[in-house]
Structure formats: C-alpha cells, structure tokens
Design a protein around this ligand. Structure first.
Ligand SMILES: *[C@@H]1O[C@H](CO)[C@@H](O)[C@H](O)[C@H]1NC(C)=O
Ligand SMILES: *[C@@H]1O[C@H](CO)[C@@H](O)[C@H](O)[C@H]1NC(C)=O
Ligand SMILES: *[C@@H]1O[C@H](CO)[C@@H](O)[C@H](O)[C@H]1NC(C)=O
Length: 381
C-alpha cells in the first residue's frame, strides 16, 4: 500500500449489481499429473473456470468498494474466529490488525484482537514496524489461525499493532499483504505463501475484480481465476524482478504523444493504492494537459470536460491499456471532479517508477501468478 487517499463522501456512481459469485471449479483430475497440468495452465492461461471437477476450486472473498478509494474484505483470526476488516494489498507482504494493547486513538474505533479469547494464539516478544506510503504501524509478532473465505492458514505469523499513525477515519482494521516474501517488513511467511505451503490453494494464483459499484460485487479470488470477470484473453506480463508485483512499462501516451515513461519504466501493480502515481514532474505535466489545477491535496478539473478529454494510454509489454477520462477523473461528494493522478514516486530511488492503483485496476482485471512470476491483465467486465 503506497498511497491511500481519504476524501469526503464521494458521489455514488450508477452501476449494475453483479450476480454474486459462488464457488467455481477448475479441472485437475482429468489432467492427472502435475506437470501436465502446469503446462496446460501455462498454455491456457488459467482460462479454465468453466471446466469443472471436484478437486480444485477457487475461493472468492467479497470486497466492499469504499468511495472508489479502497476495497475492503473480511478475514477472521483465532479460535473461535474474531472478524476483522482488511485491505488486501498487493503492494506489501505483511498482515496486521490492532492489538487490545494498542494505545493510538484510532485503535478505539477499530476492532482489536482479543488474544486471551483464542485457544490457538501464540505470543512472541518480537517487535515489528511497517511504513506505508500513507501511514506507519508498530507492534509485535504473533501466530494464530487465519481464515480468508473458506481457506485456513494455521500457525500464521501476523502483526498486532501497539501504535498506528495515518489510519484515522479509515474503515478497515488492518492490512493483508499479498506481495512476495521478499517484501515482508515483519520478515515472516506471508499468508498466501503459507496457504500454498499448507496446500490450501490449488494453484498459486489470485486475482482481483475491482468493481465501480459500491456494493460487495468486487471480488478477490484465490487459487484460480474466474473468467466471468474479464473480457477476451488475459495478457501475461513477466515481472521485471521476481519478488515484487512490478512490471516493465513501455510508455504512457495521450493522442499519440508520449507524456511519461519515455524510453520505458517500471510500474507497480498495487491494489492498496487508490490512484495512479508517478514522478511529480510528469504528473504535473499530465495535470496541465487535462486542465487540472491544485486545490489542497487534490487536482480538480471542470466536470464538463470529462466527455471531451482524451484517454491516457499505458503500454505494457506492447499492449495498450487505455484509461478514459471517466476513469482517471473521480467525483467527490460536493460534485467536484478531481484527477486520480498523483506525484511523489521519485522517492522510490529506482529509475522511473509508476504505481497502477485502483483507478487503473477498476478497468483491468488483474491476476497475480506466483507459479510463473507474472501478472495477467484483461479488460474487466
Ligand atoms: C453481499 O452482502 C450481502 C449482505 O451482507 C450478502 O447477503 C451477500 O451474500 C453478499 N454478496 C456476496 C457476493 O458475497
Ligand atoms: C463483513 O462482515 C460484516 C459483518 O458480518 C458484514 O456486514 C459485511 O457485509 C462483510 N463484508 C464483506 C465485504 O463481505
Ligand atoms: C525474492 O524471492 C524470490 C522467490 O520468491 C526469489 O526468486 C528472488 O531471488 C528474491 N529476490 C530478492 C531480491 O531477494
């Protein structure tokens, strides 16, 4: 999670409520051997959801779209289970929730973990600290049974916070990181790795469908991919470096003119970031091009221009991913329109880095393939 933005209530967008997703089966038995299956999966890019057997299947976790800025789902910790609201974040690798000892004011408005009530809880005195783009958390490491949907991770290391900064007024209790173990600040096995190790997921993949709707029609699917959530074929992009959900991007253009990432750059695919972020210099130029002017923390544009502004095209692995103005401009509760572009990634040290957050991922269904170290993208339904 690099950057969350909290605004006043954002206007409700009109949208169609999707049919609730239940279990979808994928084949495994008919292909027998693991090797064969892996080849099949590579060739067919996980487009298997309509072929069913009883062995392997996908677990779906409904997510709530909070103001188009974050997507929140439920998990439980402990025995008996205690429920927490978390942000599922491909930009980080750690899971944490507030401890009952947390002394920060924000912890009084969030659910805290009652460790004495859990028979499977294991305590440690090991401290941890995590810094996000927009917050910081400090606490200690613990172990317990964690459930996501019907998946169970036993002996899962996670953080219990004692101090939290920057999470005020946010409608979630903690963060669940889905990035590689390399990125773990706690230096503990991330939950998806543990689920893999414990054989809880049939395939080492997960995917996000981030809906524009404010209902719970957004979904995180684990262990497979449901084709019903995207159009056409998934375009697979190899990671620019194994160990982070980061890919090479060719360029960013508008009306045929390059406006960023000239000569190539890297892009983080980050479900825990609300906006599209890039180096300040290029973002400032983009705000100018779309007529956005600064006001407080945001850049505002006249809502009337939405229908006349051109799409901004992100080219990744030779494939164009257009983002129309209707997607890169959001409306706040007062009916004011603001740009979803944000500067500040020069602090990342690496050459030129961009972050494709929720504003991009609402348009493009994304698959995170740990088996082949690649990301799949396709237009969302
Ligand atoms: C959405 O939420 C409602 C009420 O909380 C629940 O009954 C329904 O099953 C949820 N839909 C999905 C897809 O989980
Ligand atoms: C999370 O759990 C709460 C309480 O049980 C429920 O009201 C809410 O709909 C759930 N949220 C999602 C996204 O499933
Ligand atoms: C990150 O972890 C992967 C395995 O998950 C490994 O192949 C890679 O070398 C690691 N990268 C770094 C920079 O440690």
């Amino acid at each position: 999670m690099k950057w969350l933005v909290l605004l006043g209530l954002v206007a409700f967008s009109e949208c169609i409520v999707k049919i609730p997703l239940t279990k979808v089966n994928i084949m495994q038995e008919t292909l027998g051997e693991k090797g064969l299956l892996n080849n099949f999966l590579k060739e067919h890019a996980y487009r298997l959801s309509k072929i069913s057997t009883r062995n392997s299947d996908i677990t779906s976790v409904p997510l709530r779209n909070f103001l188009d800025l974050m997507y929140i789902g439920n998990i439980t910790i402990g025995s008996p289970p205690q429920q927490f609201r978390v942000v599922f974040d491909t930009g980080s690798s750690d899971l944490w929730v507030p401890s009952i000892f947390c002394s920060s004011p924000v912890c009084y408005t969030h659910t805290t973990f009652k460790h004495l009530e859990s028979s499977t809880y294991q305590h440690t005195n090991k401290p941890f600290q995590i810094t996000y783009g927009s917050g910081r958390v400090k606490g200690y490491l613990a172990y317990d049974t964690i459930r996501i949907g019907r998946l169970v991770s036993t002996g899962q290391p996670f953080g219990l916070s004692l101090e939290e900064y920057g999470f005020d007024r946010l409608p979630f209790d903690g963060v669940l990181g889905l990035n590689y173990p390399n990125m773990s600040s706690i230096r503990a096995i991330p939950i998806f790795d543990n689920l893999k190790k414990q054989g809880a997921v049939s395939e080492p993949v997960f995917a996000f469908y981030l809906s524009k709707c404010r209902t719970n029609s957004s979904v995180l699917m684990l262990g497979g991919v449901d084709k019903a959530y995207y159009k056409g074929q998934l375009n697979w992009v190899p990671l620019s470096r194994v160990g982070d959900w980061r890919v090479n991007m060719n360029r960013i253009s508008m009306k045929g003119k390059i406006i960023g990432c000239s000569g190539g750059c890297e892009a983080l695919v980050d479900t825990g970031t609300s906006l599209i972020q890039g180096p300040t210099r290029m973002i400032t130029n983009i705000q100018k091009l779309i007529g956005a002017t600064p006001q407080g923390f945001q850049h505002y544009v006249s809502c009337f221009t939405i229908n006349t502004l051109p799409s901004i095209i992100f080219t990744i692995n030779g494939i164009d991913y257009p983002v129309p103005a209707q997607a890169y401009i959001l409306k706040d509760s007062q009916g004011h329109c603001f740009s979803t572009f944000k500067g500040g990634t020069e602090t990342f040290k690496h050459a030129e880095t961009w972050i494709l957050g929720d504003a991009f991922l609402r348009l493009y269904f994304s698959v995170y393939d740990r088996g082949n170290d690649r990301i799949g993208l396709a237009p969302a339904v």
